[in-house]
Design a protein around this ligand. Structure first.
Ligand code: DGP
Length: 140
């Protein structure tokens, strides 16, 4: 299924041009219009799913397989020294295009372009890690 107002559906259908790197029946990969680093690529399912969490497992696996291959190619062909594989879910996490996509971002120099920094949040207080782990476990 496709959504009429979705830019990535339009790319998947060939209605909007993109610099394609890979395509099969289910998945397409193309250069991100905003090159965070040289070779920044997006991998998407052709069918519309809003995000990673809303995507059927079989489709998600196909997308991740292609993302792995692209990351390997970025190292072998572009000479990247590292790769970030990233997907955002919902606007609170930075998702701006609501069609599941995986960013494959080659890294040449550390801290170039962008940086994901996970540090302890001093505003989180009175946290019980055992209770939190149990809470999340209940949702599985
Ligand atoms: P996110 O913030 O995770 O939803 O990333 C969306 C990315 O999609 C962002 O890096 C820019 C890219 N993007 C948006 N519109 C287009 C487009 O029309 N063509 C291409 N190639 N990339 C696009």
């Amino acid at each position: 299924m496709h959504k009429d107002d979705c830019i990535f559906c339009k790319i998947a259908l060939g209605k909007v041009p993109a610099h394609k790197i890979y395509e099969d029946d289910d998945v397409i990969a193309f250069l991100d219009i905003s090159q965070t680093t040289k070779g920044h690529t997006l991998v998407i399912p052709k069918e519309h799913f809003d995000n990673y969490l809303a995507t059927p497992q079989e489709v998600m696996h196909k997308v991740m397989d292609v993302a792995q291959h692209i990351g390997q190619a970025q190292i072998y062909v572009l000479g990247a020294k590292g790769v970030n594989i990233l997907t955002n879910v919902n606007k609170e996490a930075g998702q701006s295009v609501m069609h599941f996509h995986v960013h494959v971002i080659p890294r040449y120099i550390s801290k170039e372009g962008f940086r994901i920094e996970m540090k302890e949040n001093p505003n989180i207080k009175d946290l019980s890690l055992p209770a939190l782990a149990e809470q999340i476990k209940k949702g599985l």
